[in-house]
Design a protein around this ligand. Structure first.
Ligand code: HEM
Length: 402
């Protein structure tokens, strides 16, 4: 898939290159993204496909070997807020690691982090839609991620998995996400430990091993692929949807995601300094790998059917239409998302809806039209977050048995 066709995916048009359309993916080019494009402007230049998270992996492997994972999950259940001290009784190596890893990087810019909440207040609706229907569904055409999710414990209980993932999507948009009162530091660190647990467990899964091209899952390159499917994709879509983006908003949004990557254990040399550098990297790590897989299609099917358990399938056509609109024709086709009677309405109604929200112009559709968009999101968030139940990210202790 070439750069142009990749841009078509990111920007939401339906065209993909013929190679991509056939699902025959060209081999990834050699890593050439320069660390000079990163937040710290320097680094080894090593291909992140072969870099994982050695320190966290070693500590989590120790927890499994000493049979301490359940104890750690119990102790960490009450650790929720950034400023909270670590619970007493944690194994000493884990406690020392978490104390170090909870520190924000030296390049943190508090002004940007303050501004980003103001941005979220104004644009959180669009970001919620993009994370849920764009990035969330796009993960189903990221083959390594789709297989890792499908064969890990979460693959057997996707509702639980989505609630936990939605927690990060929720925490990142709150006031002081990385400061006092926020929860993002804790959420990122629990996620980092979870990823290490997956690296320990998944290579023991015969199902995963049978299809995986990598020996160890969730490399730093894989994390950045997912990062682009969230951050870079959403940033580009906001432009495509003509949402006004003052430079300060754009930089604040990037900074939020830069800090998130750091707190998830990504080395600073792989974290892009600018959106231009982010798009450069995305073209290299994400463009060539998007493809359908059996596991990804199964996950997409599960995801799009989750709400039916509650509403008897009432919102399914709407979910399909939103997913198609956010992802574009090619990915929707890969994931076998059925055409929906709402496809035309969303396509025609969403741009004026954005204009309405941005400029206060009257919407040229019935008022029910724009109420529907808001209500739809509220329902979605309620659903994902389990109707008020507190969601806690825990280290998995096994793989998907199926
Ligand atoms: C778990 C976020 C990258 C595979 C999680 C969880 C979160 C999360 C919040 C906890 C939810 C849970 O335990 O179910 C992220 C973010 C990423 C990222 C923000 C990048 C920016 C990746 C990548 C892969 C991956 C690249 C695979 C290639 C998994 C798996 C689990 C997990 C298998 C555990 C599911 C289970 O419980 O069995 N991730 N993730 N993640 N993630 Fe990630």
């Amino acid at each position: 898939m070439d750069g142009l066709s990749r841009r078509s995916v990111l920007w939401g048009s339906s065209a993909l290159g013929a190679v991509g359309a056939l699902g025959i993916v060209a081999p990834s080019p050699a890593w050439s993204w320069s660390p000079s494009q990163s937040v710290i402007g320097a680094g080894t230049g090593m291909d992140p496909k072969y870099v994982w998270d050695d320190e966290a992996d070693r500590i989590v492997a120790g927890l499994f070997e000493r049979d301490e994972v359940d104890l750690v999950n119990d102790l960490l259940a009450g650790w929720t807020h950034n400023e909270q001290p670590l619970p007493a009784g944690l194994p000493s190596d884990l406690a020392a690691f978490l104390e170090r890893a909870r520190q924000l990087p030296s390049w943190t810019d508090q002004t940007k982090l303050t501004r980003v909440f103001d941005f979220y207040e104004r644009r959180g609706l669009y970001l919620g839609i993009l994370y849920g229907f764009g990035s969330g569904m796009m993960s189903c055409v990221i083959p390594r991620e789709a297989r890792a999710v499908y064969y890990s414990a979460g693959g057997a209980d996707m509702k639980d998995r989505i609630a936990k993932t939605a927690k990060l999507g929720y925490d990142i948009g709150t006031k002081n996400a990385f400061g006092t009162g926020g929860q993002m530091v804790v959420t990122c660190l629990k996620t980092r430990l979870t990823h290490s647990a997956v690296r320990y467990l998944l290579p023991k899964s015969g199902h995963w091993k049978a299809g995986a091209e990598e020996t160890l899952p969730i490399s730093q390159a894989d994390i950045m692929v997912t990062w682009h499917s969230l951050a870079t994709f959403s940033r580009n879509k906001l432009d495509a949807w003509k949402v006004p983006m003052p430079a300060a908003d754009s930089e604040a949004f990037l900074h939020l995601w830069q800090i998130t990557a750091h707190m998830l254990g990504v080395k600073d040399e792989y974290i892009p300094a600018t959106w231009v550098s982010a798009n450069d990297q995305a073209r290299q790590v994400l463009d060539p790998i998007l493809a359908p897989t059996t596991e990804g299609k199964a996950l997409a099917h599960i995801l799009l059917n989750l709400a039916a358990e509650y509403d008897g399938g009432l919102t399914k056509p709407m979910l399909h239409a939103f997913a198609r609109y956010c992802l574009g024709e090619q990915i929707a086709t890969w994931l076998e998302i059925p055409k929906s009677p709402y496809d035309g309405m969303i396509k025609a109604g969403w741009p004026p809806f954005i204009k309405f929200r941005e400029f206060g112009l009257a919407l040229p559709l019935a008022p029910e039209g724009y109420w529907m968009f808001d209500e739809f999101l509220r329902q979605g968030v309620l659903f994902f977050l389990g109707e008020g139940k507190r969601v806690n990210i825990t280290l998995p202790t096994g793989n998907n048995p199926n």
